[in-house]
Design a binder for this molecule. Sequence first.
Ligand SMILES: [Zn+2]
Length: 83
Amino acid sequence: MSEVKRTCNRCGTFWYVDTDRLRMLKGRMKTEQNIGVMGIIGSLLGNSQATRNLHQAANRQDINRLELEAVSSCPRCRSSDFQ
Ligand SMILES: [Zn+2]
């Protein structure tokens, strides 16, 4: 487990980010994006299972994005201006 310290440039709050978790989240986003692209192609071809996959991937991607935003912005002021 590797953590990095981040300091908000706006309000001075500092927090720690688990870089392994960050990497895992980014990897998961990419996987969901690939599933989403395949779902779009499949649903264009009239595949209803592909359409369902697409919707599920979109939901998971939203959750991943929220989690990614939560760990990559200041916990106090939500600023992404940090070092
Ligand atoms: Zn802040």
